[in-house]
Write a protein that binds this ligand. Structure first.
Ligand code: NDP
Length: 290
């Protein structure tokens, strides 16, 4: 039976660490950090994600003005909102909740975010820096996945890691982070032949597909670390991951639950990235303690 990786507890310890650092800086007279959150339209899932982010910001002491724009907002209107936040010196991080309505040019919007405030790590210059191994903002879900794997005590170096899913926000960046930690990485996708034979070779398996319970017990190497990123609603709203948890947990060494695994870690790493932006903008980390 596998050990369950408790993403909720780990995310709480990260948020508590951020909260302590924010409160320490503010106690020294540095301004309060600020994460501006922009949402366009009324998508219920997006609203719920945004609520989680705003709540986490409030817990950590980060100011988080919520800018709610109507569904009919144009690309140009959203761009001017982003530009205003870029030029506001009290704003450390800008989060534009995705997906945006189809009529908005999402690439243009992400490209417009000041890279030094791009706490989601989606700006092309941060993406390029990640692949070049330079300092940058790393997307929050991949960062959280790495922290979950590290929390098991399993050394990533030299392991076979398989990532199922090659999106820009999860699959590709997590593959790079695993490569940076000296895993031998396979990036699988919808055209991968005989996926089960690929995943069975994985000491570390990350599922980021968006298909309920598609990774079954027979696809998992005994003892593997399994990180389930999927968030799928079935049977009128119940949340399940991309991994068949009941079957997989009899085979894997470590496994994340859904909910309570990668989800809360994404939010915690957003707070950590915002703290990083705040330190960079204010120099707060460099100021000596009084
Ligand atoms: P995308 O839809 O952007 O990408 C899905 C990927 O899965 C694609 O690369 C696709 O391959 C691949 N795929 C689809 N079907 C198969 C298949 N049968 N076999 C193998 N690969 C397949 O999804 P995201 O990366 O944005 O999200 C993935 C999941 O993670 C979703 O459930 C999402 O809700 C969740 N998520 C969770 C987050 C969290 O905070 N926990 C954050 C972000 C996402 P191809 O490229 O060939 O089409």
């Amino acid at each position: 039976m596998s050990k369950i990786i408790d993403g909720k507890a780990l995310s709480m310890s990260i948020k508590e660490d951020v909260r302590a650092k924010v409160s320490e800086a503010v106690a020294r007279g540095v301004r309060v950090p600020c994460l501006a959150v922009v949402i366009v339209g009324d998508d219920p899932a997006s609203k719920s994600y945004v609520k989680g982010k705003v709540n986490a910001a409030s817990f950590t002491g980060i100011d988080s003005p919520l800018i709610e724009l109507p569904e009919e907002t144009t690309t140009e209107q959203l761009l001017s909102c982003v530009r205003r936040l870029n030029s506001d010196p009290s704003v450390d991080g800008i989060l534009v909740q995705l997906p945006l309505p189809a009529h908005i040019d999402a690439d243009a919007v992400l490209d417009a975010v000041d890279p030094s405030k791009d706490v989601d790590g989606f700006h092309p210059s941060n993406v390029a820096a990640l692949w070049l191994g330079r300092p940058c903002f790393v997307p929050c879900t991949p960062l959280g996945i790495i922290r979950l794997i590290e929390s098991t005590g399993v050394d990533i170096s030299g392991k076979n890691a398989v990532v199922v899913g090659r999106s820009n926000i999860v699959g590709k960046p997590v593959a790079k982070l695993l490569l940076d930690r000296n895993a031998t990485v396979t990036l699988a996708h919808s055209r991968t032949r005989d996926l089960a034979s690929v995943t069975r070779g994985a000491d570390i398996l990350v599922a980021a597909v968006g298909r309920p319970r598609m990774i079954t017990a027979d696809m998992i190497k005994p003892g593997a670390v399994v990180i389930d990123v999927g968030i799928n609603r079935i049977d009128g709203g119940r949340l399940v991951g991309d991994v068949d948890f009941d079957g997989a947990s009899a085979v894997a060494g470590f496994i994340t639950p859904v909910p309570g695994g990668a989800g809360p870690m994404t939010i915690a790493m957003l707070m950590a990235n915002t703290l990083g932006a705040y330190y960079a903008h204010t120099g707060a980390a460099q100021q000596p303690l009084e």
